[in-house]
Design a binder for this molecule. Structure first.
Ligand code: ZN
Length: 251
């Protein structure tokens, strides 16, 4: 167990923070509780960078996630994932970029069934979707590079945060921009306190919970700048591309 408590991001020693039932879900904040699964899921907290993660689930193969989390019952704990969220995120992107230059390519990383990408394509964008759970046969190197990559509600699901950063780094064109959402844990997770934050929900596959510090370290490892629009929506970039200059003001 001890080596599993080494922080995957900054490699300093973490410690166990709390244990919750596998069926703890984000729907609990709406008052819906599943019966307990009887499966204990431990979360660890890095006292240096603030990353909080579920060490055992970080070792699961994809097949185990498909069996126990992204299964036929997943829709009950994330009712918005099939339709509502992709549709509203597509609208957000179209409002951010009312005129998305036709020369630019967009990738929705972790895009599930690809609905967001199809909606943007219908609006004239060059958009593609890639999801490791859906596009299992796709060699990521065959996708090419993209000026804009989005990753909505992806980071918190990822067991290997370094593989995620490698993917984003290799898929992003020079002077490209990554826009992603995940809720920052700052102020929501505290050492020596119970893990009561609604977002820390293993039944939703939320196994990696990022502090601002942890995301900054990950970004720096790939020479990215990291910035946030709010506590849930963020950007990675090297230099701000001209087509996104209305979005990000440096300095
Ligand atoms: Zn750390």
């Amino acid at each position: 167990m001890k080596e599993r408590l080494v922080c995957p991001i900054c490699k300093t020693a973490g410690s166990l923070l709390d244990v919750v039932d596998l069926n703890k879900s984000c729907e609990e904040q709406r008052g819906k509780y599943l019966p307990l699964a009887g499966v204990a899921v431990y979360y660890s907290l890095c006292n240096h960078c603030g990353f909080c993660w579920a060490p055992e689930l970080h070792q699961w193969p994809l097949s185990k996630f498909e069996e126990d989390i992204y299964n036929a019952d997943y829709g009950a704990v994330d009712p918005d994932y099939l339709q509502t969220r992709p549709t509203s995120n597509a609208e957000v992107l179209r409002s951010i970029f009312p005129v998305f230059p036709p020369t630019l390519r967009h990738l929705d990383y972790g895009g599930g069934n690809g609905l967001l990408s199809r909606q943007l394509s219908a609006a004239g964008w060059h958009s593609k979707s890639y999801d490791p759970f859906v596009d299992k046969q796709t060699d990521i190197a065959s996708l090419g590079q993209f000026e804009l990559i989005t990753a909505f509600e992806v980071f918190e699901h990822v067991p290997d945060v370094w593989a995620l950063m490698s993917d984003l780094s290799s898929l992003l064109a020079q002077d490209g921009l990554v826009l992603f959402s995940t809720l920052l844990s700052d102020g929501n997770i505290h050492p020596n306190q119970r893990l009561s934050w609604w977002y820390a929900s293993p039944r939703n596959g939320h196994i990696s919970l990022f502090s601002r510090n942890a995301l900054t370290l990950l970004a720096q490892s790939k020479q990215f700048n990291f910035g946030s629009f709010n506590s849930g929506f963020h950007a990675l970039y090297t230099t701000v591309p001209p087509w996104a200059s209305h979005l990000i003001r440096v300095g």
